[in-house]
Design a protein around this ligand. Structure first.
Ligand SMILES: Cc1cc2nc3c(=O)[nH]c(=O)nc-3n(C[C@H](O)[C@H](O)[C@H](O)COP(=O)(O)O)c2cc1C
Ligand SMILES: Nc1ncnc2c1ncn2[C@@H]1O[C@H](COP(=O)(O)OP(=O)(O)O)[C@@H](O)[C@H]1O
Length: 308
């Protein structure tokens, strides 16, 4: 468990990262590739009995520079919380602003490490920073060479012959490939939403569904029916979940995730639910009758009960 500190905090010690071993990146998804790089930073810290840290932005720069159509695996809060669960001493947040990011590469590094350079810095070999992402690993090396900072530009971790990237994981999720996404993430993909009132049909069908509205940026999971776990009020339940606009009710709904929680009967309007996607079950179907929807969905619920 790491402490989370911001460079903007008046109590921040400028020399906090001097001599440390750090991993630097945005780390959306905190996936297997990210964990490898962070693990390397922890390993070089251990060798020198030095402090280990992750350096990241409080806000993903893409949200500022490329918001149109942007999809993300995690909110910034969830990303920072997940990074803080790792085996590093500290997560250092760089307060993101256009001005901060638009500095020339050397100024950017000075702003990050003015109080003393880390001894080791670990990044992916494609790492870019500073004004219009003009700084690269070679610039980092040149800057580090004068400050006894060793730069480790790692090859991206690969699975199945392809690098593990957040874009690749989003692509798998969009196709409903939740098992493949879990392999690349190192844990099941999950998303959190607040329960909103729906049309009230679910209960009449025999399976109440908690309706979650997910902001478009976080709506990466493809339409379909999934076997899941749902975290509700601190407990974990099996759940049968539909995502995407239900074709039978397309004209009457805005919800994009509907969660039937097994063995549960409480009013949870307004509560957050985290849904963990474990198994793809089937596509969304425009059934000719409601009876067929109910029969098939009851079968899906039974499958979840027996198999998760
Ligand atoms: C496991 C599961 C499977 C579902 N499958 C379908 C489907 O194939 N087609 C469809 O139109 N709606 C499907 N739905 C969505 C239901 O139609 C929706 O939950 C129901 O209309 C209740 O909506 P309400 O909670 O807003 O009242 C499914 C829901 C669940 C929980
Ligand atoms: N097993 C359950 N799974 C999901 N929601 C449940 C369950 N039991 C009770 N609820 C509650 O009932 C609501 C769903 O009922 P439903 O009839 O589908 O209405 P709505 O259309 O408002 O979602 C949920 O939002 C939640 O507050």
């Amino acid at each position: 468990m790491a402490i989370v500190i911001s460079r903007n905090d008046p109590a921040y010690d400028e020399a906090f990262l001097a001599g440390a071993s750090v991993a630097f990146g945005v780390f959306d998804g905190v996936h297997e590739g990210h964990r490898f790089i962070i693990g390397e930073a922890v390993a070089s810290a251990r060798e020198e009995a030095a402090r280990s840290a992750v350096i990241t932005f409080n806000i993903d720069p893409d949200e500022v520079f490329a918001p149109g159509g942007l999809k993300k695996l995690m909110t910034n809060e969830a990303r920072i919380a997940k990074l803080a669960e790792l085996d590093v001493d500290a997560v250092v947040l760089l307060p993101f602003s256009r001005e901060f990011a638009a500095q020339a590469p050397a100024d950017f590094l000075e702003a990050c490490f003015g109080g003393g350079a880390p001894r080791h810095i670990h990044i992916g070999h494609d790492f870019r920073f500073g004004d219009r992402a003009s700084g690269n690993v070679a610039d980092l090396r040149a800057w580090g060479a004068e400050r006894n900072m060793e730069v480790h530009g790692h090859d991206l971790v690969a699975e199945g012959g392809e690098p593990v990237t957040a874009t690749r994981i989003r692509g798998e999720l969009a196709q409903g490939h939740v098992a493949e996404a879990a392999e690349l993430l190192g844990r099941p993909y999950s998303v959190t939403g607040i329960v909103r009132p729906g049309r009230g049909d679910g209960r009449d069908f025999g399976f109440a569904t908690a309706n979650l509205e997910i902001p478009p940026m976080l709506n990466v999971i493809g339409p379909g029916v999934y076997g899941c776990y749902a975290m509700v009020e601190g407990a974990r339940y099996k759940a049968a979940v539909s995502t995407g606009v239900p074709p039978m009710f397309a004209d009457r709904t805005t919800a994009n995730i509907e969660v039937h929680i097994l063995d549960f009967d409480r009013d949870i309007y307004g509560q957050p639910i985290e849904v963990e996607f474990i198994e793809w079950l089937r596509p969304m179907i425009d059934f000719p009758t409601v009876d067929e929807l109910i029969e098939t969905t009851m079968g899906n619920i039974a499958w979840v009960r027996e198999n998760l």
